[in-house]
Design a protein around this ligand. Structure first.
Ligand code: NAX
Length: 332
């Protein structure tokens, strides 16, 4: 069997990590043959909780898990890692402005970028989950100049999975019968869930979702809104934010990055924009991508409707504003 690889999860004492660590350690991401050394990074006040998580991981009796390294030191947490799940972030508290949240997190992701730059493997794959995920990924990459910026990504896979779940349940088909849904732009309420290139397997035949639905009013109305507001719906029902589904989405994202996408299928990831589809350059923007040999490539030449155009512009504008705010925090 292959040598163990080192994988770090930040925010390891938090609720997403509680599901995520188990999924990774079971082999859901890197494969059932790949042994692992898991690094658990959190902040000093959480050191005690981390110990409890370490005990439980040990008690899970997982054959692939060779060692667990709990730490509150980024330089230890990121040392020699091949993959990084950056889940830890400053949560939004009562009365906190979006700006305050952004500035607190920009500072965290600066420190983590610098640590990755110093001690991680140069081919490390970094997935940012902690919000604001796209802008955090941008900042992190900017402070890790020795690591290719293609290796930094932000998670919109939960939004993609939510979109697929909506379509599957509408048609009463298994989730595996739905593919090629797109999340464009920011992981925020301006994201654009787009089913116009999506496919659905009905009666043994792959069809365009648009044709199966019949008219666009559902896809441009309730579908978009339900996906955009799903996070809030979970919070209001569960009194806590999405965690199990966020962990599963993080696994899906890293799994596909590691192992590639099937021919003709694409997935959405927040990646550095080259200006494709009229998006602003040099922000982390969610695009449909195909993946081969651990390299993603933006899917080209998809048609964009007028409705889509206005949505893409809106989310792109928000990302440019976030970037501007982040840069002003870092310059001050
Ligand atoms: P929790 O508050 O349960 O856990 C966060 C953990 O991060 C805490 O243990 C905290 O101590 C730790 N932390 C804070 N600063 C840190 C630092 N500098 N280094 C290491 N650890 C640090 O939050 P949880 O529900 O797990 O959510 C984590 C993040 O995911 C939040 O920012 C949340 O907004 C974001 N989400 C992103 C999603 C996405 O689709 N991109 C969806 C789910 C989720 O809302």
């Amino acid at each position: 069997a292959a040598e163990p690889i080192r994988v770090v999860v930040t925010g390891a004492a938090g609720q997403i990590a509680y599901s995520l660590l188990y999924m990774i350690a079971r082999g859901e991401v890197f494969g059932k043959e790949q042994s692992l050394i898991l690094h658990l990074l959190d902040i000093p006040p959480m050191a005690g909780v981390l110990e409890g998580v370490v005990m439980e991981l040990s008690d899970c009796a997982l054959p692939l898990l060779r060692k667990v390294v709990p730490t509150t030191d980024p330089l230890e947490g990121f040392k020699d890692v091949s993959a990084a799940f950056l889940v830890g972030a400053m949560p939004r508290k009562e009365g906190m402005e979006r700006k305050d949240l952004l500035s607190a997190n920009v500072k965290i992701f600066k420190v983590q970028g610098e640590a990755l730059d110093k001690v991680a493997k140069k081919d490390v794959k970094v997935l940012v989950v902690g919000n604001p995920a796209n802008t955090n990924a941008l900042v992190c990459a900017n402070y890790a100049p020795s690591i290719p910026r293609e290796n930094f990504s932000a998670m919109t896979r939960l939004d993609q999975n939510r979109a697929a779940a909506q379509i599957a349940s509408k048609f009463g088909v298994p989730i595996s019968n739905v593919s090629n849904l797109i999340i464009w732009g920011n992981h925020s309420s301006t994201q654009y869930p787009d089913a116009s290139h999506g496919k659905i397997l009905i009666d043994n035949e792959w069809k365009n979702i648009v044709d199966a639905v019949g008219d666009n009013s559902y896809l441009e109305g309730p579908f978009v809104e339900t996906v955009q507001k799903r996070g809030a719906a979970v919070i209001s029902a569960r009194k806590m934010s999405s965690a199990m589904s966020a962990a599963k989405a993080a696994c899906d994202h890293m799994h596909d990055w590691w192992h590639g996408t099937a021919p003709g299928k694409f997935v959405s990831m927040g990646v550095f924009s080259d200006g494709s589809y009229g998006s602003p350059k040099d922000v982390v923007f969610s695009f449909p991508v195909e993946i081969k040999n651990k390299q993603w490539k933006i899917v080209e030449n998809l048609s964009i409707s007028n409705f889509g155009r206005s949505k893409l512009d809106l989310t792109g504008k928000e990302l440019e504003e976030e970037k501007k705010e982040a840069m002003s925090v870092l310059d001050s």
